[in-house]
Design a binder for this molecule. Sequence first.
Ligand code: ADP
Ligand code: TYD
Length: 213
Amino acid sequence: MLVGKLITFEGIDGSGKSTQIQLLEAEFEKMGITYQTFREPGGTGLSEKIREILLDKDNIELYSNAESLLFAAARAQLTVEQIKPAIAKGECVICDRFTDSTIAYQGYGRGLNIKNLEMINNIATEGLTPDITFILDIDPEKASERMKAEAPDRMESAGIDFFQKIRQGYHQIMEQNQSRCILINGEQSQENVFKEINQLIMKRFKGELVCSN
Ligand code: ADP
Ligand code: TYD
């Protein structure tokens, strides 16, 4: 029976997730590995609509519990509509953010109860857990410097203190999930970050990734 893999990328905004995912996609293409990529919130028609609400700067009054449940609703739809079917086909699913983002942002960032958020995550994913999670670790000042050219969305407008809490939150998540989560120094060059990630994936999943030919 084919069993696909779920690889997730986590870290504060501007930590380099999208950049690393593009490099991984190029590597998978070179190797003929079948994969699909999704970003959270998003990845389905409904989840993209929820994304618009969540990132819209006009929704400044969005209450933290409502925010958490909207992220969870987007995740629930993505999990059932896209991620689970792809994994069942033996494909490799790459996710730009997943459950750990809710724990880091709504839990450690906004201060909501972590146990409740874990329960909400569990409902949204029907218990699906990533096979490996890369947490790109970077000083929020440096990440903010990288993103200076882009207009900030609702989340990114929150300020450096918020992102410091999230960064520390990711450190806690890593401590508590050591077999799944790997903390990577995201302040290195793109090439060096990718070298680490690629080596870890190849070491962990050697021979298990499904090729299209
Ligand atoms: P994220 O998806 O985590 O928000 P991005 O991959 O979009 O982060 O990167 C944010 C910005 O930083 C982009 O302009 C990108 O080109 C740049 N960047 C990404 N990785 C690095 C790196 N290792 N060193 C310097 N700049 C980087
Ligand atoms: P996005 O632009 O995709 O992230 P990035 O800038 O890292 O590429 O925006 C998604 C935002 O939503 C980001 O600020 C993180 C936040 N978020 C949460 O607060 N909770 C969640 O569960 C998820 C999935 C994202």
